[in-house]
Design a protein around this ligand. Sequence first.
Ligand code: MV4
Length: 496
Amino acid sequence: MFRRILIANRGEIACRIMATCREMGIETVAVHSAVDATAAHVLAADRAILLGADEPAASYLNQDRIMAAARETKAEAIHPGYGFLAENHVFAARCEDEGVTFIGPPAAAIRDLGDKTVARQMMMDSGVPVIPGLQHAETDPRKLADEAARIGYPVLIKAAAGGGGKGMRVVASAEALGEAAEAAGREAAAAFGSGAIYIEKYLAQARHVEFQIMADTHGNCIHLLERECSIQRRHQKIIEETPSTALTPTLRAEMGAAAVRAARAAGYVNAGTVEFLLDPEGRFYFLEVNTRLQVEHPITEMVTGIDMVREQIRIAAGLPLAYAQADIAGRGHAIECRIYAEDPQNDFLPTPGPVAYLRIPEGPGIRVDSGIYAGGQVPVAYDPIMAKLIVHAEDREAAIARMRRSLGEYVIMGVKTPIAYLRDVLDHEAFRAGATFTDFIPRHMAAWSPAQNDAHAAALAFIADDLTASTGGSERRDQASVGVPTPWQTLGAWRS
Ligand code: MV4
C-alpha cells in the first residue's frame, strides 16, 4: 500500500480525499497556489508544496511543478480529484512514464472515452444504446437535412469539439435547420476553435441518469447504482439524488449492465461514471463517460456504505475490488446540494471573498464535504464551489425534509450563496413529485426571487447581532472599515 499520496487538487475534494488517506494511515501531500497558502486542504495535509501563482496554468494545471512536488516528497501516487488534470490523458501518461501511480483510469481509456466519436462507436460495438443521429460531424446542409428527416424532428445540433451542453441547439422543423446549423457552427468555432457540428434526435422530457462504475486491474467491474442529475443550471448540476424516481428494478439492472459493458469495452480501471439520457418511455441512451471521481459521488457512498476514495486507492495499489456486484445494494435515499459562492439574485455570478462566519448543519444523516473555514476566503481564481451538503434518510420524502432543514441551518456569511434558491427547488411541487427532467430549472425556476419575509435572513441578522454584541460590538462593526463585510452589508436591504 502507498505510504504517501499527493493530492493534485484543492478545496472540498482535496479535503475529502485527505480524510480517507488519513483513515488508511497514508501520509498526504498538498500542492497549492500562492493565494491558497492557508487554504483548508493545505492545513489538512501532512506536507504542502507551493506550485506557483494563482492562475491554474501556473499551479493546479502545471504538470511540471506537480511532478516535481511528487518527486521532492517521494509521493508514490497522485490523486487528481475532479477538474484540473483529472481527465488529462497526457498527465496520466506522464505519471505512468515517471513511475508515479495515477489514481484513476489508464491514460488510453481517458483518451478514447474523451473522444465523442470513438466513445460512441465503442458503445455501438458493445450493444449500449446511443442516441439516434450522425456518427460524425457534417457541414453539408443537404446531408444534415437528409439525416434530420431520417431521425425525425425535433433534432439537436451539438458541437463536435464542445461538451457540457455548450452550443447545443434544438431545431423543431426542416425550415429552421439551415439557419440554426450555420449559427451553431459559428458559435462552436468561436467557443471551441472548431465549427464542426453533428445532429441527434432531440430527447425532450429526458432525465440525466448516470451509473457509478468501479473496476480493478484483475478484470472485476461492477456498478454502484445510479444518480439522478437532471437538476442542472446552464449544464451545471446543482442537486443530485439517488435512487432515481424513474427507475424500476428491471430498468436499473439493464442500465447497470450497459454501464458495465461500456466500461469493459473501454478497458476501464478505477472509478468512472457512465451518463445516460432516459426518455419518458424508459428507453435509455449513452451520453458520455466521465473518467474521474465525480463531485456527486457522496450520495452513492451514503446509500451503499462504500468509501469510494478508499476503493480507488486500493485499486490503484493493485488490490482486487472489495465488493462483488451481488454485495451492492442501496439503502434509503440520499440528496446532495452544491454550495457555491454565487449570487442567485445576480445571475449566479461568483461572489468570492472572506468567509466571515460559518455554521454547519448537524444531526443524523447529515454530511458536509467542505473546503472552507471561518476566517478563510473563497478566492477569485477557481471554481467557486465551497462545500457540498449531503443528506441520507430512509426514503425520498424524509431525505427532502432533512435537506430542507439542513439548508435552513447552514449559515455562511461574507459571501452570497444559493441556499435560499436550493430550498425553493426542494419545495417545488414538481421536485417533490419526482418530475425532475433536464428542463426543470428553465421551466420552474426562471422567474425565481427570494421570499420577502425570509426567516433565514432574520436568523442571520439575529446571529450577526449576537456576534457583534458578544465581542464588544464596536470593533466587529468597525471591521467593515477593514473590508470584512458585516451581515448588515451582505444581507442586503432590510425588508419588512
Ligand atoms: C441531449 C439532451 C437531449 N437530447 N441530447 C447536456 C450536456 C451533455 N451532458 C448532453 N446533454 C444533453 N444532451 C439529446 N439528443 C439533453 C441533454 C441534457 C440537458 C440539455 C439541456 C439542459 C439540461 C440538460 C441536462 C442534462 C442533459
